[in-house]
Design a protein around this ligand. Structure first.
Ligand code: G3I
Length: 382
């Protein structure tokens, strides 16, 4: 997965160079307005702060994005806290907000080994009862939002870090066919929703993404209704990643007839964040968005939260944070500008020049990027 420092710097700067070559992006444009022009969705996960007193949270959300997802409000333990007793308030609030503001909605998630409440605790449940309970859950949740969810994360994180099928309570009590059943029931409950398998550490090429690929291929071969793979992208400045590998993975999944979505991007830096860390973060946001735009099967690009004021990262990875495109005061960070410029540049190439001149322009920008990268490598630039 890792790439050499030079290759990484070159590819990062090729994108940064391409972005820098764009005419300045109008201040009137937002991520969402640019995404609409490009025919894609750019959005964020919405957490508990949605119901808090800070008006800037909802204002930023509706101003900047054209898709959103519930960080927690649609999880098993949230919508079905007791068997057959559903609690819709928060999920309904989010669905209504999305609809009122012309935003698409992702659903997250139906089957996971975490945040599953009573069903995980019911250790004595046999296969038949588990299947009944799972079907009821999926019918109820997917049915309630039928026609309103663009993409559902049906199964979340079913492959473990050693690239085997994770031995979750679902697998132990039902067997491996729980995956096929979940997708089949979700499709029946909302035939228009695009159904996704969602996972982390399988974004590029490697053992875990090979296993996910094999799982997807098996499902496609069996005729299971699956439409895409969510690449979570919880990344860190301290670890390099290969945008080339992510591009390859997007393409091989595309060849299976599957979409890919960037579903949970955050890019944590060491705290306190300095300008170098924020510049690396900007370049990686730009690289990933560029990879998504370059692949026609990638239509959705979401970050896991949007303001550094509210993020799971500092609690989970102490000493790191500031992983999102807006700072704690909702001011746009370099990562935000990097995303905007990538969106605007691609839009400009398509709108103004057509594909031929666009390719030439991209090649020129890449050369400029290489020059900048070498300058940076030699310590001639920041
Ligand atoms: O539900 C209780 C709530 O009643 C209580 O007031 C609150 C106070 O501590 O705790 C609440 O639950 C917490 C919930 O977040 C809401 O804040 C859970 O304990 C906590 O485990 C939960 O963490 C979430 C985690 O998934 C587990 O569901 C994180 O916010 C959320 O960011 C994280 O998201 C996951 C994705 O779903 C899947 N991919 C990885 C990603 C990051 O871990």
């Amino acid at each position: 997965m890792a790439m050499s420092r030079l290759a990484f710097a070159l590819s990062v700067s090729a994108v940064a160079g391409a972005a820098a070559s764009a005419r300045s992006v109008s201040a009137q444009e937002t991520l969402g307005s640019l995404a609409r022009k490009r025919g894609v969705y750019v959005g964020a996960a919405v957490g508990g702060a949605f119901w808090g007193g800070d008006a800037r949270y909802r204002e930023t959300l509706k101003r900047e994005f054209n898709i959103m997802v519930a960080e927690n409000a649609m999880k098993f333990d949230q919508v079905e806290p007791k068997r057959n007793q559903f609690s819709w308030k928060q999920a309904d609030d989010l669905a209504a907000f999305a609809q009122a503001n012309g935003m698409a909605l992702r659903g997250h998630n139906l089957v996971w080994h975490q945040s599953s409440g009573w069903i995980e605790a019911a250790t004595g449940m046999e296969r038949a009862d588990m299947l009944t309970a799972l079907k009821t859950h999926i019918d109820s949740v997917v049915g309630r939002y039928r026609g309103r969810i663009l993409e559902w994360d049906v199964v979340n994180e079913a492959v473990d870090d050693n690239a085997g099928l994770r031995n979750t309570f679902w697998r132990q009590r039902i067997g491996d066919d729980y995956l096929d059943s979940a997708f089949t029931w979700a499709h029946k409950a909302d035939p228009a929703a695009l159904l996704f398998y969602n996972d982390y550490s399988g974004e590029g090429m490697g053992g875990k993404s090979d296993r996910i690929y094999a799982l997807m291929k098996g499902m496609k071969d069996r005729g299971v209704p699956i439409h895409g793979v969510g690449l979570q992208c919880h990344f860190a400045a301290s670890k390099s990643f290969s945008a080339t590998d992510i591009d390859k993975n997007m393409k091989r999944l595309g060849a299976l007839g599957l979409r890919v979505s960037i579903t949970e991007l955050d890019f944590r830096v060491t705290l306190p964040a300095d300008s170098a860390g924020l510049a690396i973060q900007r370049d990686n946001y730009a690289l990933l968005l560029n990879a998504c735009l370059a692949n026609p099967n990638c239509k959705s690009f979401l970050t896991w939260g949007f303001t550094d004021a509210y993020s799971w990262v500092p609690g989970f990875f102490p000493g790191t944070g500031d992983a999102l495109p807006f700072d704690k005061d909702y001011k746009p960070k370099p990562a935000y500008d990097g995303m905007k410029r990538v969106l605007a540049d691609v839009t400009a190439i398509r709108n103004r020049n057509g594909p031929g001149r666009g390719a030439l322009r991209a090649a020129g920008a890449a050369l400029g990027g290489i020059r900048n990268a070498l300058g940076r490598w030699l310590g001639l630039a920041d």
